[in-house]
Design a protein. Structure first.
Length: 250
């Protein structure tokens, strides 16, 4: 069965589209779904655009129209964990919509998307990736190293780290040191982006697993928009390389 692959922006999509073989496009909802093989694996590759609604729409079509058995998001993100650097890769073992919840005392108290504590309460928070799938990914990536990024792409001279953890999603681009520190401290997110939590919500409803693979293009602070513009193309190649490495175990 087919694997769905979503990217948000052309810089992410191009690295995978160039490697797609026998690609043929099918247009749906203003999107171009490219069906073909990637390293011998049947995939449907699509650029969804930015944000949770675009991702939810696209993931729904991949699951329902294209009968994908798993959907992966491959792209870039901002770093929240201060131990991580530009170019490092975070693979989600859980995705979480940090902007869903209740506004109290001028701040959002995050709660499970689609729920509020006084109407339909739940103890759940976020969308976990199945533990057996995470174990397969870790085994597959054991001993695998990405090439160091050059200095002009934010590289430090050492291979980027590949880590697992919570990735946060919200419909705002984070450009604030105080918020970055708050989200890391309260929710434990290692990276932040604008799509993965919606992907998790849709895939859960369809009963299929999701993955979120993100290379850090910036550190989600006061310089993040400048770092993103400088590093996004080169850094996006790392998430594409990780995706191609793990395809055989998906």
């Amino acid at each position: 069965m087919t694997i769905g692959i979503i990217c948000a922006i052309p810089e992410e999509l191009g690295h995978l589209r160039d490697a797609l073989r026998h690609g043929r496009d099918e247009a749906r909802a203003g999107l171009a779904f490219a069906k073909g093989t990637l390293d011998g694996h049947e995939v449907v590759l699509v650029g969804a655009g930015i944000g949770k609604v675009n991702t939810a729409l696209t993931a729904t079509l991949l699951a329902d129209r294209f009968d994908c058995r798993l959907v992966v998001f491959s792209g870039v993100a901002g770093g929240l964990d201060p131990k991580l650097s530009i170019g490092d890769v975070v693979i989600a073992d859980r995705t979480l919509q940090h902007d869903a919840g209740v506004i109290e005392n001028e701040r959002v108290t995050t709660y499970q998307a689609g729920h509020v504590p006084f109407f339909n309460p739940t103890d759940r928070l976020g969308y976990p990736v199945p533990a057996d799938l995470v174990a397969k990914l870790k085994d597959r990536l054991e001993g695998f190293a990405l090439p160091p990024l050059p200095p002009e792409a934010g590289g430090t001279g050492t291979p980027p780290r590949i880590v697992f953890g919570t990735i946060l999603s919200g419909d705002q681009y984070l450009h604030c040191e105080a918020t970055r520190e708050h989200l890391f401290r309260t929710l434990g997110g290692r990276a932040i982006e604008m799509e993965g939590g919606a992907l998790g919500q849709v895939c859960e409803r369809f009963g299929i697993p999701h993955l979120d693979v993100r290379a850090l293009s910036d550190l989600a602070g006061h310089d993040s928009r400048f770092d993103f513009a400088r590093f996004v193309h080169r850094v996006a190649a790392s998430s594409a390389a990780i995706l191609r490495r793990i395809l055989p175990v998906l």
